[in-house]
Design a protein. Structure first.
Length: 196
């Protein structure tokens, strides 16, 4: 009986019309011309720009539900192109905005914790934990912004020597100088029988 139900469900599912990418909001663009619908869907589903745009579109419903799929991808591609060209202004604006928003969350949660002192330690603890998480994320965002604005200089180490006692002579004449200089500190010699 279970097999019969599953077989009927598969027949019904297969009978449903398959949505084409254009029906889902992604119209065929110039760079998709000549490709099958399956190729277009695969390219969109695996593209970092498309997935980022679609995710932003889903989470932007609180502001507006009118963000088109193509428009979202175009904005995302433009932002990516700016960063690739070295223009980090949009990244900096995003980080500053997130810092301000996180600080607002921190202040709100800390205020709620202070306002719920009479309700008991459980509610205060929850609000303070959320406030401190927002504060920590705000600090991390500020550090990221500072790194974007003032990248740390990279140090290239020419030579690394790991030894307890080692002499390294770097330079053009270091090899000849080491052979020609008089040895100021002679090596230790074994003591002979005369010193016993």
């Amino acid at each position: 009986m279970e097999k019969t139900k599953n077989a009927e469900l598969v027949k019904k599912t297969n009978a449903l019309p398959v949505e084409k990418p254009a029906a889902r909001g992604l119209q065929l663009r110039k760079d998709f011309e000549g490709q099958t619908d399956g190729q277009v869907v695969a390219k969109a589903a695996l593209s970092a720009v498309c997935t980022g745009a679609f995710t932003a579109r889903k989470f932007s419903n609180y502001m507006t539900s009118d963000i088109g799929a193509n428009e979202g991808v175009e904005v995302m591609e433009a932002e990516v192109a700016k960063v690739k060209a070295g223009d980090m202004s949009s990244v900096e604006a995003m980080l500053v905005s997130q810092t301000i928003a996180l600080n607002s969350i921190f202040a709100d949660m800390a205020g709620r914790a202070a306002g719920s002192l009479s309700a008991g330690p459980g509610r205060v603890e929850v609000y303070m934990r959320m406030a401190m998480k927002a504060q920590a994320q705000c600090r991390a965002t500020i550090e990221t912004l500072a790194e974007v604005k003032n990248p740390k200089s990279t140090t290239f180490v020419k030579q690394q020597n790991n030894a307890a006692q080692q002499q390294v002579n770097n330079g053009a004449d270091a090899h000849t100088q080491a052979r020609t200089e008089k040895n100021i500190n002679p090596p230790n010699e074994l003591l002979g029988p005369q010193n016993e």
